[in-house]
Design a protein. Structure first.
Length: 269
């Protein structure tokens, strides 16, 4: 067979579909990566300042706005009030960042997962790739593998850094409902939920074959799943609930992936 007639994907080698998938989504993945690194840098910066304040002002173990702190009293120590006021700014930053991370799974599923397959089906790109000997299942695996790896890496990094930020002050002040923030912003649960939302968006895009409806349904279903998971555990069983929720999300993501492979294999076009 001449070079001119060799299928495009075949000439890309055994990892042709994976290479093509990464090339087609490199702008979105690079943008998401830059945003994740910027947020990671912000968390590290704020955490460093917070820990320095706690150490310099001898606030370790104190309760925010408590009348007493390590032998100091608000009524008699002029430095304690300003120190608590400064610590309050970190509480606010921690709260806002936590809610941003709580929303991350829905953002991943809506803006990355839902268009992943739906846009390819709408534009006809999928049929072109299938005609180049890639195979539907191989194409789907390659299309999902790159954003799935990026999602796991970015959300795991952010969840770990937020845990690192929250841990020194976990007993000093509340930063929201205990079963939402920090619970849904730290540990393995938000990482697994992000992956589930990505696969859910992919499945809906495969079923609906239209980008906008798939995005809307993904947003609604991810919010519903997140709300349901919030009711499963709280501060009294923090880490067991974290791992339970992560296991449920990973099992559901695996089942949805298997469904997508089955569904795409049975369709004629």
């Amino acid at each position: 067979m001449s070079t001119a007639t060799t299928p495009v994907v075949a000439r890309l080698g055994p990892r042709g579909p994976l290479w093509l998938a990464s090339r087609r989504r490199r702008t979105a993945l690079l943008t998401a990566g830059v945003l994740a690194l910027a947020l990671a840098g912000y968390i590290a910066y704020r955490r460093t300042g917070m820990v320095a304040l706690i150490h310099d002002r001898n606030l370790a173990g104190c309760r925010l706005w408590s009348p007493e702190c390590n032998g100091m009293r608000l009524s008699s120590d002029a430095a304690l009030g300003p120190a608590f006021a400064e610590l309050e700014t970190y509480r606010t930053a921690l709260l806002r960042t936590g809610w941003l991370l709580v929303a991350t799974p829905a953002v991943v599923g809506t803006f990355l997962g839902a268009p992943l397959v739906a846009r390819e089906l709408e534009s006809g790109t999928a049929k072109f790739v299938w005609s180049q000997s890639a195979g539907r299942a191989r194409w789907l695996i390659a299309t999902l593998a790159v954003p799935a790896a990026a999602t796991l890496a970015a959300t795991a990094l952010l969840a770990a850094l937020f845990t690192w930020w929250w841990w020194p002050v976990r007993g000093m002040f509340e930063i929201g409902r205990p079963d939402t923030v920090p619970f849904q912003a730290v540990g393995p649960a938000p990482v697994a939920l992000s992956l589930l939302s990505l696969v859910l968006g992919t499945a809906l895009g495969l079923l609906l074959r239209r980008t906008v409806p798939a995005m809307a349904c993904t947003l609604a279903l991810t919010a519903a799943v997140g709300y349901g998971l919030h009711q499963m555990g709280g501060p009294d069983d923090f880490w067991p609930a974290q791992w339970t929720q992560a296991g449920i999300c990973l099992a559901a993501a695996a089942a949805l992936t298997a469904f997508c492979l089955w569904w795409i294999g049975r369709r004629r076009a």
